[in-house]
Design a protein around this ligand. Structure first.
Ligand SMILES: [Ca+2]
Ligand SMILES: [Ca+2]
Ligand SMILES: [Ca+2]
Length: 481
């Protein structure tokens, strides 16, 4: 914004006499000379004051005039004023990188994105946003994160533009207009009433704000993603049936998106959940449908970010559903603090809890166009669900190709690089799989530079060729009999 203003000012100043008086030439002056003047002419005209004259754009008459000695700026200005053939001059302005810092008024309180009291501890969001701010993948397709919770106040002024809307559905006509199997599903689904009337809760709204409160809109806070589509699946009472129905909506929409080539359904890449059965053993045979559901979601490229217990409990030993379930497509998250240590009342498990993310005193949205802080693994997990969505927005073309050809492999790759790029924390060592806390910037750089391994691709080709050759040989043998 600042940059635009100063450029606009300079654009209005066509005469060097007026522009030069107040202009700061400490980083050099960009000068336009009359047609026909060569770099040598310019040097001669300016004399000793200008140590360096560099043609900026060949044939345009634009030069950068500068001096290694910053104190010569005033001298350059005077010379430019006196030099015939100078059509205009402007300072060589120092730009700020777009998208680095959002203008949301309470961003300074969001320590999980940028910590101001201790180096580190945050997820390094500012660096990550240098690569992008979320929303669309490189192919221009919407990225959707599904929040399975008590419901979202999608009318919140800092969420409304990031709410996923089923564009093929006409609201309130009691018909399934887009034929996705759900009647009047506009913003998502309510799994308890089995209707499109989604609920609203403080918890769900807070979670949604962490995933993707609208960034840089001068309102409230900013999410891990400035732009993303948030699908709301509300659950009133968390029975296994209701939870499976909630995940089932996501599964149906992602399958439809794949089958229709992106014309219908929704490109959900992550779900976020913060419910479960404390101390339940997922492997007793009482919970097979849970693992089955996570695996089915994984097959269509949906990772399930899941909050572990809010207690200092080893879930490997004591059990937790779902975070101690065995599906590879679960990303189980515990809670870290502003001091970059595991929050005391947060679960852990060397086998099952994948990583930590900030979840203590997290400022995010609550219904009624408001915001406040909350603490829990529930606040840590949406940083990870949001990160998954973010990674799809910055991921390389090679990665998108993989996601199209083998969505399950792409999901596992995202999980792998999220864990491989964590910052190691002593308090998470040996009590989590990765031993570290989410680092969005490192993960984003890894996703952006992902290359499908040419040597392994060649190996696959070779194996296919050998197989084809063997088949032909077999056919020849059979033919010969
Ligand atoms: Ca529908
Ligand atoms: Ca309808
Ligand atoms: Ca905002």
């Amino acid at each position: 914004m600042k940059v635009c203003k100063s450029l606009a000012l300079v654009a209005g100043m066509t005469l060097v006499a007026s522009a030069a008086q107040a202009a700061d030439y400490s980083k050099g002056a960009i000068v336009k000379f009359a047609p026909g003047m060569s770099a040598q002419d310019v040097r001669e005209a300016l004399g000793q004051a200008s140590a360096q004259v560099e043609e900026l754009v060949a044939g345009s008459g634009l030069y950068l005039v500068s001096s290694k000695d910053k104190s010569k700026a005033g001298e350059i200005r005077t010379k430019l004023n006196q030099t015939a053939g100078v059509m205009y001059a402007m300072p060589n302005h120092e730009m700020t990188l777009r998208g680095a810092a959002p203008n949301d008024p309470r961003f300074s309180e969001q320590w999980s994105l940028k910590n101001r009291t201790k180096e580190g501890a945050d997820i390094h969001a500012l660096e990550a946003w240098e690569l992008g701010t979320g929303g669309l993948d490189r192919a221009g397709r919407d990225i959707v994160v599904a929040v399975i919770d008590g419901g979202i106040d999608y009318r919140h002024e800092d969420l409304i533009t990031n709410a996923w809307v089923n564009s093929g559905e006409i609201p309130g006509n009691a018909k399934d207009d887009d034929e996705n199997g759900f009647v009047d599903d506009i913003y998502g689904w309510d799994a308890t009433s089995n209707t499109g009337n989604i609920g609203s809760s403080s918890h769900g709204t807070h979670v949604a704000g962490i995933v993707g409160a609208r960034g840089d809109n001068t309102k409230h806070v900013v999410g891990v993603n400035w732009n993303v589509k948030i699908m709301s699946i509300s659950v009133g009472s968390f029975s296994s049936a209701n939870v499976l129905r909630a995940y089932g909506y996501v599964l149906a929409q992602k399958r439809l998106w794949i089958e229709s080539g992106g014309r219908k359904g929704a490109n959900v890449v992550a779900t976020n959940s913060s419910f479960g059965y404390d101390y339940a053993d997922c492997n007793t045979g009482e919970y097979p449908a849970w693992n089955d559901m996570y695996n089915q979601l994984g097959q269509v490229g949906v990772l399930s970010a899941s909050a572990t217990i809010n207690g200092n409990v080893d879930v490997d030993a004591q059990g937790d559903v779902p975070t101690a379930c065995s599906s590879d497509f679960i990303v189980a998250v515990t809670n870290t603090t502003r001091d970059d240590v595991k929050y005391n009342s947060a679960g852990y498990g060397r086998t099952h809890i994948d990583l930590g993310a900030p979840g203590t005193d997290i400022l995010s949205l609550v219904p009624g166009n408001s915001a406040r802080t909350m603490t829990g693994t529930s606040m840590a997990t949406p940083h990870v669900a949001g990160a998954i969505g973010f990674l799809y927005s910055v991921a390389s073309n090679d990665f998108l190709e993989l996601a199209d050809e083998n969505p399950a492999a792409a999901s596992l790759e995202i999980k792998r690089l999220l864990m491989a790029s964590t910052d190691a924390l002593p308090s998470l060592a040996n009590v989590t799989v990765s031993g570290g806390r989410l680092n969005l910037a490192k993960a984003a750089r890894a996703a952006a530079t992902f290359e499908s391994n040419p040597s392994s691709a060649a190996t696959v080709d070779l194996l296919n060729a050998v197989q084809d050759g063997m088949m032909e040989a077999l056919i020849d043998i059979v033919d010969g009999l």
